[in-house]
Design a protein. Structure first.
Lengths: 163, 191
């Protein structure tokens, strides 16, 4: 049989209708045999009804205005990358710019030919008349001492004579 | 609240509209001053707004909201304790305070002046009974009765165990039963 002390622990949950079925039936058994607890339960219910009589108060019309003003005055707190979040377009444009910069950089790097130093010198000698001012080079004294350029056909003739 | 966290300003407006009345009423019943209750409610909303990015939905939003409100109210009562002691509990409410509580329902019957006086006295008695409760018990009763929060939520708000809360609520309702005994008897006789 449940005691009145145990009843004190349960009375509010009973009045609120928040007891489990088994607890509720145990409580009701106790109430059937205990007049004092029955009175208390009824009075707890009456207190609840009295509290319901207090009307609700509406906040003043200025309340919302003041809250909005205070919210608007709050400093904007953003992390260093937060500016990217609200606009995927900005994020896309930044990514595209980065890719374009890397691509242009790759394309414009100096191309070093994969040839030996001797071949490079011969190539330079062949191109020198095109690359440099021919008149300047033609009158350049040290160059006059060089033997005249020999054609490949002459080289072949020479080799035939030697044989 | 998760929408507010993701930066949706309209969701904050919805929160404001949904919780402004219960919050102001809870705080008004805690601190018994309309001006102070509205100031505290504003502070609650600002704290919610400031904490939106750190909000983790580990508990119900109402639990979090009323926890902030309860802490602010208890701190405010503590700060104003000396000032409050100077005021008599039976001091008549000012006109503006009486006018603060505007019932939503519009009476279709026209009560007589005498009925209005009786009704006014009755409400004053109920308000005073709530006001007489120790602060934490008062908060527990208000959250239980008017916000209809369950015991686990109220226990979280008041930072106590569920069994301690049940005991606290029992003591509070016992005290209200004693304070409101004349009205309780009237009710019995009327039935």
């Amino acid at each position: 049989m449940m005691s009145c002390t145990k009843m004190e622990e349960r009375i509010l949950a009973y009045v609120d209708g928040r007891l489990k079925d088994s607890e509720r039936s145990e409580t009701e058994k106790h109430l059937a045999s205990c007049a004092a607890c029955r009175v208390r339960v009824n009075e707890f219910r009456s207190v609840g009804e009295l509290l319901d009589e207090l009307p609700l108060m509406e906040p003043s019309p200025a309340f919302d205005v003041r809250v909005r003003a205070r919210v608007a005055a709050e400093p904007v707190k953003q992390s260093w990358w937060a500016w990217l979040r609200p606009s995927p377009r900005i994020a896309f444009a930044a990514s595209a710019l980065l890719v374009a910069t890397l691509w242009i950089g790759y394309r414009s790097r100096p191309i070093t030919p994969d040839i030996s130093p001797d071949e490079a010198d011969a190539q330079m000698m062949q191109d020198i008349s095109v690359m440099e001012d021919h008149d300047t080079l033609a009158n350049f004294e040290p160059l006059k001492e060089l033997p005249p350029a020999v054609d490949n056909a002459d080289d072949a003739d020479d080799s035939d004579h030697q044989m | 609240m998760l929408d507010v966290k993701s930066g949706d300003e309209r969701s904050f407006e919805l929160l404001l509209q949904r919780y402004r009345t219960p919050l102001v009423n809870f705080l008004y019943r805690m601190v018994r001053s309309r001006e102070q209750a509205e100031d505290l409610a504003q502070e609650v909303f600002i704290r919610v707004y400031r904490a939106r990015e750190e909000y983790v939905p580990s508990a119900k939003f109402t639990t979090w909201l009323f926890r902030i409100a309860t802490n602010l109210a208890l701190n405010s009562l503590r700060d104003h304790r000396y000032q409050k002691l100077e005021m008599s509990i039976d001091a008549p409410l000012t006109d503006s305070e009486e006018g603060d509580e505007r019932p939503f329902e519009v009476a279709d019957k026209h009560p007589t002046v005498e009925q209005e006086l009786v009704e006014g006295e009755r409400k004053k008695m109920i308000r005073h009974a709530i006001e007489k409760l120790p602060e934490k018990q008062r908060a527990a009763v208000l959250l239980h009765k008017y916000q209809e929060l369950d015991y686990a939520e109220i226990a979280k708000i008041l930072s106590c165990s569920e069994s301690a809360l049940k005991s606290m609520l029992f003591r509070a309702y016992e005290m209200l039963r004693v304070e409101l005994a004349p009205l309780v008897r009237q009710g019995k006789e009327a039935k």
